[in-house]
Design a protein. Structure first.
Length: 555
């Protein structure tokens, strides 16, 4: 069944409102294992563009389904205002499904066909209302999205994943809905298709909620909503504004924590000094009492008074120390959670004069647009490969990895390589990540491996379980760990859309790690912020007439 659907108003729907799109009222939802994704959440989504962000596994896609109505909350209610079109992240469909079904307009086309055949059924007229020229709109939609002039009954299986995404998105726009719910809409889209998507989203004037880790797309939003540990937090402005505010809050929280720790240290020093002074006074008073020849009963009373005072002072010091500790705990709780997703990369230095790869009139084995390629690069270069879907970018990476062989010419790579793609296809799914690393001859002790993997965001429950249980983003991180911590670390990284399944925190950690990577890399990515962060030294650009063209980047 196609996962692009038209969701009319549900039980809590109301007539379209000028300022309200969807409202959550004390909504809760937990997984069967007890993990809480939504904890009595209340939030108003106005008629504006909202970017929904959060770490992988936080529950963003499930929240989107709750907002759409295909998944019911376990408590609370959802109020939807007007009609909503929903486009899922993946496009699963029955054998024989058509593009019209993927676009979510199959029922509309069927209703029009029934009316043309003489139907007087009111349901058909309700579905067709406002869509009498949908065939013409369909043709314009395909052309606008850069797609072939397919008929609505064109089989979905004949289209690529990126093409199905564009069909689903364009179909959602055709439905004249009051609001759109989009789950990772820019995944699998090339630069041209992303430009089309950005244009449509920027022009959208209805309600819009987009789950995305695409920071360029998130910068087109008017609000950022973060799902974190069962709660929703709203931020006015786009993603850059959110990051600026978050960084300011983080800096203020860090400063407050440092101040609280300094205050505690000073307070504890003062308490120790008071304790030492009290001990000295007590000892001095005891000596003076013994030398005074006072009556034993009087000495006993003074001793009891002194011990009582000492006890009260000890209790006061304990209470003061507890207050100082509580202040530090309170300040620490306000520090923004930034789980360690840092990558500790090994030394994989490639000397500046060392030849890394050489292609001489190399022709790829698969029928793509690509022409024969001659290319020679040395040292720790960073090559970004740009071109439309279907021009042979992934095939080029597979040739460099040795997975495919040129049918003409030569492809010579002279350093150890590792492929890191969005599918993490090289990761054995039937064994644990820890076992895979050990099988690859990782020289690190198991304890250090576990520590590094924990910094990568892969805890014991993940690294000891079969890799098939990992999420897409977790598999990407696991594959990178295998590439860099094996016996012979890679000196050439081949990256094929590495951020596609990473949450923003992990993508930014990957950027930080790769920025410090001393080896060479070839990168295929449509993530403009990711490419900017890794600072390419060269670009390989596809030209429909001339084929591949190499350009050096200004430093």
């Amino acid at each position: 069944m196609a996962q692009s659907s038209f969701a009319p108003s549900q039980a809590h729907s109301q007539p379209p409102a000028a300022t309200s799109f969807i409202n959550l009222h004390h909504v809760s939802y937990a997984l069967p294992d007890g993990r809480v994704l939504l904890d009595a959440v209340s939030h108003d989504f106005g008629v504006a563009r909202h970017g929904l962000i959060g770490r992988n596994g936080a529950g963003k896609s499930m929240l989107l389904r709750i907002l759409q109505g295909s998944l019911s909350p376990q408590s609370g209610r959802v109020a939807r205002h007007g009609r909503t079109a929903y486009v899922a992240q993946t496009h699963t469909h029955e054998p024989g499904a058509t593009l019209a079904e993927v676009a979510g307009i199959g029922d509309i086309l069927l209703a029009l066909s029934n009316i043309e055949a003489g139907s007087t059924n009111q349901t058909d007229f309700d579905l067709a209302d406002g869509h009498w020229r949908i065939q013409d709109d369909w043709a314009r939609m395909l052309d606008d999205a850069g797609l072939p002039a397919w008929a609505p009954d064109h089989p979905a299986r004949a289209a690529s994943g990126g093409e199905l995404t564009r069909v689903a998105l364009a179909g959602a726009l055709l439905q004249a809905a009051d609001g759109l719910l989009l789950d990772e809409p820019s995944n699998h889209l090339d630069a041209r298709a992303r430009g089309w998507l950005m244009e449509k989203i920027s022009a959208w004037r209805g309600g819009l909620i987009v789950v995305s880790h695409d920071r360029t797309l998130l910068n087109a939003m008017q609000h950022i909503v973060e799902l974190d540990r069962g709660t929703l937090g709203g931020h006015a402005g786009n993603y850059s504004a959110y990051r600026t505010q978050r960084d300011l809050q983080a800096a203020a929280a860090d400063a407050a924590l440092a101040h609280a720790r300094n205050e505690r240290a000073a307070g504890l020093r003062a308490l120790r000094q008071q304790h030492d002074a009290q001990q000295q006074r007590s000892a001095r008073n005891a000596r003076q009492a013994r030398a005074s020849n006072q009556a034993p009963i009087l000495l006993g009373m003074k001793k009891a008074n002194a011990e009582g005072h000492a006890g009260r002072e000890r209790l006061r010091r304990l209470q003061t120390a507890a207050t100082l500790d509580e202040a530090v705990k309170h300040a620490a709780a306000r520090v923004l959670a930034t789980p360690g997703v840092a990558l500790a990369l090994p030394e994989t230095v490639v000397p500046g004069g060392r030849r890394v790869l050489h292609l001489e009139s190399a022709v790829p084995p698969h029928p793509t647009k690509a022409q024969a390629l001659t290319l020679s690069l040395s040292g720790p270069f960073r090559l970004a490969v740009h071109g439309p879907n279907g021009c042979g970018k992934s095939t080029l990476l597979s040739m460099l990895a040795g997975e495919l062989h040129a049918i003409q010419g030569t492809c010579d790579v002279r350093v150890p390589t590792a492929m890191l793609d969005q599918r993490a296809a090289d990761l054995p799914l039937d064994q644990s990540l820890l076992a895979t690393l050990q099988a690859l001859g990782a020289s690190l002790p198991e304890g250090e491996l576990r520590s590094r993997l924990a910094l990568l965001g892969l805890g014991p429950a993940l690294i000891d379980a079969p890799a098939e249980t990992l999420s897409g983003g977790e598999r990407v991180k696991a594959t990178l760990a295998c590439a860099l911590w094996r016996k012979h670390p890679a000196q050439l990284l081949l990256l094929d859309e590495p951020t596609n399944h990473l949450d923003i925190t992990s993508a930014e950690a990957l950027e930080d790690a790769l920025s410090a990577y001393p080896g060479a890399m070839v990168v295929v990515s449509h993530d403009t912020m990711f490419l900017e962060a890794i600072a390419p030294t060269h670009r390989l650009l596809w030209n429909d007439d001339a084929g591949w063209e190499l350009q050096a980047c200004a430093m």
